[in-house]
Design a protein around this ligand. Structure first.
Ligand code: CO
Length: 435
């Protein structure tokens, strides 16, 4: 296996172990623990050692890991890689189960902007967190991951949907998205079926289960594909691939020894606009950066100087050219899988890149001996955005929006190029260890 394939094999394992944003943070925590990162709580007073490795979690699904640098923060600034832990999906509604036509169906809400048709005919299940009362009266949260397929959205047969190949599969969100779960039986209370299922999984009495949040996910594992296995596929590449890459860069020996204050900030809620206590629009990152400065006895003035000296990679996946749909792409601005990290530009500031931040990124690509590409969205199609502009606006940190090129963004089965993942990690490492 090449180094590039090894890096992606590790990524696929990372995604397979992360069926919800809460699980993604658990997976990241496990990896950080292997590298002696210490978990610190926002409710505690912080004593940070120079060179110490730490991480903070807000509400179970956003995480910031950092090394408190030995170099002077005011002179070096923070080196930040930002990405998001959530992916567009279906979320299970309260009063999840209901009976219809002799079947129990699971009611779902659409989270973010998934390509709904891709959820049909997949081996779906669900994962998330359950909050329950403990015997000692305290409230605790448990992470639940049903690994076997439990749910399905069977397509309508073509015999009843004759124009599906001409018009596409349109799903009515309220009526046609509920997921099939079981054959119903007489005298069965759907709510009880669901709470019994949770209770047995949590080993907690039904009456002690207080609340929960669940993400629907695809149980199919990641895979390599293509004549030379140069592509890979899985769910949630947007944006767990970027979280994984950032983490690999952070854990590089030379980065850890660089003396720089390096930060990985991975946020939940990007796919729904980031406006929450733990989202990129919230106070999580500003709070943590300020507390790092305070713990190092920086004055407010010096903290502001450090911010002014800082740089951030806002990392999110990019749209690779797919020749079957050539008219959707700006002909002069195509980007390709396995041709290097993509630099995203948008004059209307949907991306935070500026000519200066782009130049700095290119410089790190050249140092890492990695190819790069420029992307600009088709002019007559509205452009997506990332956490880049909001974090950059809030903190005044110079930022570049970058990402690996991929196909089928927001499908339940996305794909991308093997070489790009390791190339992105290399550029990130160069950035993090640069003095
Ligand atoms: Co994204």
């Amino acid at each position: 296996m090449s180094l590039a394939h090894e890096a992606v094999a590790d990524l696929l394992k990372f995604i397979d172990g992360s069926p919800s944003p809460w699980h993604a943070v658990l997976t990241i925590e496990d990896i950080l623990a292997d590298y002696d990162f210490e978990y610190i709580l926002e409710i505690e007073a912080w004593k940070l050692k120079p060179g110490g490795r730490y991480y903070v979690i807000r509400d179970d699904s956003s995480i910031i890991a950092f090394v408190a640098g030995k170099n002077r923060l005011v002179k070096q600034g923070y080196k930040i890689i930002g990405a998001h832990t959530d992916s567009p999906s279906l979320r299970i509604k309260p009063h999840a189960l209901h009976e219809s036509g002799g079947l129990l169906r699971m009611g779902v809400e659409v989270y973010g902007g998934p390509i709904l048709a891709t959820f049909t005919d997949r081996d779906l299940s669900f994962a998330g967190r359950v909050t329950h009362l403990c015997d000692n009266g305290e409230i605790a949260t448990e992470y639940i991951h049903f690994k076997q397929p439990l749910l399905r959205l069977p397509n309508l047969a073509i015999h009843m949907n004759r124009h599906v190949n001409e018009k596409g599969l349109l799903l009515h969100k309220q009526n046609e998205l509920p997921l099939l779960f079981a054959v119903s039986s007489e005298n069965q209370l759907p709510d009880k079926v669901f709470s019994d299922l949770l209770a047995s999984k949590c080993h907690t009495p039904v009456e002690q289960i207080l609340s929960w949040e669940f993400n629907v996910y695809d149980t199919q594992k990641g895979a390599f594909w293509g004549a030379n296995q140069e592509f890979y596929s899985n769910s949630q590449l947007d944006n767990l691939a970027s979280c994984h890459a950032g983490l690999q860069a952070l854990l590089n020996e030379e980065v850890l020894a660089s003396g720089n204050t390096v930060v990985c900030a991975f946020f939940d809620h990007e796919e729904v606009g980031s406006e929450s206590a733990k989202g990129a629009e919230g106070s999580f990152l500003p709070d943590i950066l300020e507390r790092i400065a305070t713990a190092q006895k920086l004055s407010n003035d010096d903290y502001k100087r450090a911010l002014a000296q800082s740089f951030m990679f806002s990392v999110d996946m990019a749209h690779a050219y797919q020749p079957n749909f050539s008219s959707a792409y700006e002909p002069e601005q195509r980007v390709y899988v396995n041709k290097g990290p993509v630099i995203k530009l948008n004059a209307n500031q949907r991306y935070s890149s500026t000519s200066v931040s782009v130049a700095m990124f290119i410089n790190w690509c050249q140092q890492a001996d990695v190819a790069y590409q420029h992307y600009s969205h088709c002019t007559d199609i509205p452009c997506g955005s990332t956490i880049g502009p909001m974090v950059s606006a809030k903190l005044g940190i110079r930022t570049v929006d970058v990402g690996c090129a991929m196909w089928a963004m927001h499908s339940i089965r996305e794909s991308a190029g093997v070489q790009d993942h390791i190339d992105m990690i290399k550029v990130m490492q160069c950035f993090f260890k640069d003095n």
